[in-house]
Design a protein around this ligand. Structure first.
Ligand code: HSE
Length: 346
């Protein structure tokens, strides 16, 4: 039986969700997955940090109040976030990195990943920033140190996309994809179809916890652009950077545009897409598109995400499911740990 020692870096909704899953499901994982998890450290810029090599109480962590310095309430804890100590010196086998996404330089998450990988510690992360902006470097670092670097939750949270395409669809000749990759913007478009004003729909998406800290990233397509870079580089062997992807959002779509689309049997969707040409070059875009109602993505409503892979052997293969949410994204971390367990290099 394997017991992985895990340190949680960033203790917002996602890693709290993982702590909750550990508190409720560890015994089941032992029986069904062949491993259990012991939390040996937590660090968070707002909450502080704590290390206990004998294991922290996952249920108590999941119930920790979201107050500044709250980790000081736990025995041995401090109000300061000693990130480097928790990552390098907690004795962790795995770092679960779930800090905020910085779309400009991917920091500080990218540094947290580097510290762990260079120390021979596996990394699982849901953070789009380090993957979209430093993916090749971090993957090389993981290979060099013979550890896993897994990031299924960076796109569509716990809904399988990256491993589905790379493993289950390996050999299917993926030539491109189209996706609804942002729950907030799809939610807004869905609510506008029901007559709600754009600003009210954005506010509702924020209240429901779908939106980024700054919802501009959701409605202007910047969040989708990071996800398109990740998927194009992973699935189409592209080497895209953010500036290679043309990008516009949904803020220019009016209530009148929505009504007109409905009257003509179409609907507006924010689509992130990429396709590979015969010469191997990859073109990628994020834009609002008018879809006919028979399109595989036209019926995807609310905060649901979906991606339709264009494959040479199967035609369109479409997967849909949650693209955000606390437990949904924590599940992505679990799926990453399952993946590294089945191929554990040590
Ligand atoms: N703000 C994002 C969304 C969260 O609405 O889809 C997941 O990346």
């Amino acid at each position: 039986m394997t017991e992985y020692k895990i340190a949680l870096v960033g203790f917002g909704g996602v890693n709290r969700g993982l702590a909750q899953l550990i508190a409720t499901s560890n015994a089941r994982w032992q029986a069904t997955l062949g491993f259990s998890l012991k939390i040996v450290g937590v660090t968070d810029l707002f909450l502080g940090s704590v290390v206990d090599r004998d294991g922290l109480d996952a249920a108590a962590l999941a119930a920790l109040p979201a107050e500044k310095g709250a980790l000081a309430q736990i025995a041995g804890g401090t109000a300061e976030a000693f990130n480097e100590t928790v990552i390098k010196q907690s004795g962790a086998d795995i770092i679960a990195e779930a800090t905020f996404t910085n779309p400009v330089d991917g920091e500080p998450a990218a540094t947290f990943c580097r510290w762990a990988l260079e120390s021979g510690i596996h990394v699982v992360t849901t953070n789009k920033g380090p993957i979209a902006l430093h993916g090749a470097e971090l993957k090389a670092l993981a290979r060099q140190h013979n550890v896993a670097f897994e990031y299924e939750g960076a796109v569509m949270s716990g809904t399988p996309v990256i491993r589905l395409a790379k493993q289950a669809l390996a050999g299917s000749q993926i030539q491109g994809f189209e996706g609804i990759l942002n729950g907030t913007s799809n939610y807004v478009l869905t609510r506008m179809k029901a007559g709600m004003a754009f600003a009210d729909a954005v506010a509702e998406a924020q209240q429901l916890g779908y939106a980024e800290a700054d919802p501009t990233a959701d409605v202007e397509g910047y969040d989708v652009r990071l996800k398109v870079v990740i998927l194009a580089n992973e699935l189409l062997d592209a080497r895209l950077t953010v500036s290679d992807v043309t990008c516009s959002g949904i803020s220019g779509i009016s209530a009148a545009d929505i009504v007109k689309a409905q009257a003509t049997g179409q609907c507006w969707k924010l689509i992130g897409a990429a396709s590979k040409a015969a010469d191997g070059s990859v073109a990628a875009s994020v834009e609002a598109r008018l879809l006919p109602l028979e399109h595989p993505l036209a019926g995807i409503n609310g905060a649901v995400n979906a991606v339709s892979f264009n494959t040479g052997l199967l035609g369109a293969v479409t997967v849909s499911g949650p693209g955000a949410g606390r437990i949904e994204t924590a599940y992505a971390l679990l799926s990453d740990i399952i993946a590294l367990h089945t191929t554990d290099r040590r």
